[in-house]
Design a protein around this ligand. Structure first.
Ligand code: C5P
Length: 239
């Protein structure tokens, strides 16, 4: 498979555990997402080891700092050879420009993705932070800033995928967590979609954690999801 749409979230606390999980997956069937917990525990070694196994890595560190610092962090991440990285759009236009310029200068340019509004924030939290807009309007405002800064896409809910594609175009990549397979426990996720529903709505990449990693047979789950996605007629794929 040339461009697998599944990104498996390896939310493990240690190098050994992460590698044990990765050994049960296949690089031709998915990419892997390394987040703050695993990266803080293991450092760049985990990226090198996963890449040595043939996996492409989404480094999900959501940088948010002054432009100069974020530019340096993006350059450092790009030099590790990661496939995708992300920053918070709320860092503002100058920070977004600095991030994009940094990845543009890298030898192997990763995809640069913005986080808009954390789904853990509810309307009341946003009011307390001084944001008076509806959460949805804020998501679109921040995605617009990322688009203007030349970002490759955003992390968003699959529920926002269709209007997001309509507004920002087919090439603006949508990375969607909050995915569950039919019959799975919801866990702490609330508004979930299946991988098929998400891709039909316009998602380019589905981030799936526990529905794969907590399964007894992660590889067969990957195969099933990939074949479900392949069965979606091309015309209904917005991306
Ligand atoms: O296990 P699960 O499929 O819920 O994992 C989803 C992954 O996506 C986790 O790494 C989680 O931190 C991340 N994520 C999310 N919701 C967001 C953004 C990121 O679940 N809005």
């Amino acid at each position: 498979m040339k461009d697998p749409r599944i990104i498996v979230a390896i939310d493990a606390p240690s190098l050994d555990e992460a590698l044990r999980l990765a050994a049960r997956l296949k690089p031709e069937l998915c990419r892997l997402k390394v987040g703050k917990e695993l990266f803080t525990a293991c450092g760049p070694a985990i990226i090198e080891k996963l890449m040595a196994l043939g996996f492409q890595v989404f480094l999900d560190l959501k940088f948010h700092d002054i432009p100069n610092t974020v530019a340096g962090a993006c350059a450092a991440a790009a030099s590790l050879g990661v496939w995708m990285l992300n920053v918070h759009a709320s860092g503002g236009p100058r920070m977004l420009d600095a991030a994009r310029e940094a990845v543009d200068k890298s030898a192997q340019r990763p995809l640069l993705i913005a986080v808009t509004v954390l789904t853990s924030l509810q309307q009341e939290d946003l009011f307390q932070l001084g944001f008076v807009e509806e959460p949805q309007a804020l998501v679109f405002r921040l995605a617009g800033l990322a688009r203007e800064a030349g970002f490759d896409g955003v992390v968003c809910s699959a529920h926002e995928a269709a209007p997001m594609k309509e507004r920002f175009g087919r090439d603006f990549r949508l990375v969607t967590p909050g995915i569950r397979l039919a019959g799975d426990a919801m866990g702490d996720q609330r508004r979930v979609m299946t991988p098929q529903e998400a891709v039909q709505a316009g998602s380019d990449y589905v981030v799936i954690g526990r529905s794969i990693t907590a399964s007894d047979d992660p590889l067969s789950r990957l195969l099933t999801i990939n074949s479900d996605l392949a069965a979606i007629p091309l015309r209904s794929r917005i991306g």
